[in-house]
Design a protein around this ligand. Structure first.
Ligand code: TYD
Ligand code: MG
Length: 463
């Protein structure tokens, strides 16, 4: 440390990033225990400041004056089209210039693969891929697997942000990818890479870089055991977009979602399939999510759901069996367990099915997690089908929410759901009676059946 350097020690909460002057057992901000850690923050003197994007404050920053909203001109920045439709849709229609995107996911899920694929396929753009995790050789090997070649993708193995910015000034890339933010460190903070103050400061430097040069930056971020992005919560506040890559590592399907997006909706979902040669886009998810069976099996029902603006047919599976020991088990993969309990209570109380003594297992095929309430009806039918051991005919699908009184509630975008079911060759779709307003039932080839109560549905399927 130089003569002019003041050393400052601060305590940071590793969970929420809150700062405090002394050590505490419990963080005052997020109430987590044992998360406060001491970190050394080096305060540099003004004259050793690199005139780049690094450091805490820009001493020469001009101050802005207020402008009337009506006088603010609307500038439509052309978005950069991504080579893949899935990523583009999740981002809200391409990459926004100057945007900072945080891309999180569990280790081994395919974050580096997706980003490298993006870098290789964006042909006309100069790209800098900064890797703090893997060597150039390893990245080369991955690029070989993906099998796309490009002349405009630079690989930089470096973890110091000052050095990275020096290279950026030299190369002038049009898109920067950081793999990963937790491996970087800036010379202006003394704590180790991955610590709260490092992650925050490095991200702040890239934020400044993105905004000042209008260059989009993608930062890969690690995920903690609990499934949240590692590092301070402020990281998520800083960036424009937070993308999550999820899926079961044992399944080949990967889901891309935006959990925050300043430039688009957070409802959209992208689906990928991990193959031997990288990630393939799944443009028609319904086909992969429904198993083709020779014979109808009990406990299976198909739901016409919506993921964002995209209709999707999903297979719901249920297994109901007599509880072997004491308390019956309820287990669910891909569906909210509390909502499952509610649906079971409705079936018990309103429809007289004695499921309280049964084990109930739910699975959404393909390792997908569904939040659309329109899946309720299919799920309930799958449960009853398994309970009665009566298969639901394979040409039937469902779209409806189930309310606490056992009524079938309408769902949004019903026409899109019906069209998708028709496209995939279903003969019948069962929807809520309240959904039929304004729909011309005769304009569809598929037969649209409707019900307003759970009891009516059974008659429709089995009756
Ligand atoms: P990776 O992108 O390294 O994951 P992350 O950066 O999120 O940690 O991907 C890791 C896994 O993907 C690894 O187990 C190998 C597998 N993979 C394939 O199956 N096919 C491929 O073409 C590639 C490049 C990786
Ligand atoms: Mg990686």
């Amino acid at each position: 440390m130089g003569v002019n350097t003041k050393v400052k020690k601060t305590f940071f909460c590793q969970s929420c990033g809150a700062q405090s002057d002394k050590w505490l057992g419990k963080c005052n901000s997020c109430n987590e225990w044992n998360t406060i850690v001491e970190e050394v923050v080096k305060k540099e003197s003004k004259n050793d400041r690199l005139q780049l994007f690094t450091g805490n404050k820009n001493p020469n920053a001009k101050s802005n004056s207020p402008v009337l909203l009506q006088d603010v001109g609307l500038i439509e920045y052309p978005r950069l089209a991504t080579p893949g439709k899935e990523l583009s849709r999740v981002l809200g229609g391409g990459i926004v210039p100057g945007s900072l995107v945080l891309f999180g996911g569990e280790p081994g899920i395919g974050k580096s693969t997706l980003m490298l694929q993006l870098a290789l396929r964006l042909k006309n753009l100069k790209i800098l891929y900064v890797s703090g995790e893997e060597s150039e050789q390893q990245i080369k090997m991955r690029a070989e697997r993906i099998g796309v070649t490009t002349e405009m993708c630079y690989i930089l193995q470096e973890t110091n942000t000052q050095n990275i910015f020096q290279q950026i000034v030299e190369i002038q890339p049009e898109l920067v990818i950081i793999d990963s933010i937790q491996t970087l460190h800036t010379s202006y903070v003394d704590s180790s890479p991955g610590s709260v103050s490092q992650v925050r400061e490095c991200a702040a430097e890239f934020l400044r870089f993105a905004k000042e040069t209008n260059t989009p930056v993608f930062m890969i971020g690690h995920i903690t055991k609990e499934g949240t992005l590692a590092g301070p919560k402020v990281l998520e506040h800083m960036v424009d977009t937070v993308l999550q890559f999820e899926g079961d590592r044992n399944h080949v399907y990967r889901l891309l979602r935006a959990t925050k997006n300043r430039f688009g909706s957070t409802n959209e979902m992208g689906i990928y399939e991990m193959n031997g040669d990288g990630l393939r886009e799944v443009s028609n998810p319904s086909e992969i999510l429904i198993t083709n069976r020779e014979q109808a099996t009990s406990g299976v029902a198909i739901s016409a759901t919506m993921e964002g603006n995209r209709p999707m047919l999903i297979e719901t599976q249920a297994l109901v069996s007599t509880a072997a020991y004491g308390t019956p088990q309820r287990s669910s993969t891909g569906f909210d367990l509390r909502r499952l309990s509610m649906l079971l209570a409705v079936l018990e109380k309103r429809c007289g099915f004695r499921l309280g003594v049964k084990d109930v297992f739910i699975n959404i095929a393909g390792g997908i997690r569904v939040e659309d309430p329109g899946i309720d009806l299919a799920l309930v039918c799958a449960i009853l089908s398994s309970n009665e051991d009566m298969p639901i005919p394979q040409n039937v699908c469902f779209a409806g929410e189930v309310g606490l009184t056992g009524e079938i509630r309408p769902v949004n975008r019903i026409e899109q759901r019906i069209s998708e079911a028709e496209k995939l060759g279903f003969d019948k779709i069962i929807v809520s009676s309240f959904n039929l307003k304004g729909i011309n039932v005769n304009s569809y080839k598929i037969k649209i059946l409707n019900a307003s109560k759970m009891e009516d549905v059974f008659a429709l399927i089995f009756g």
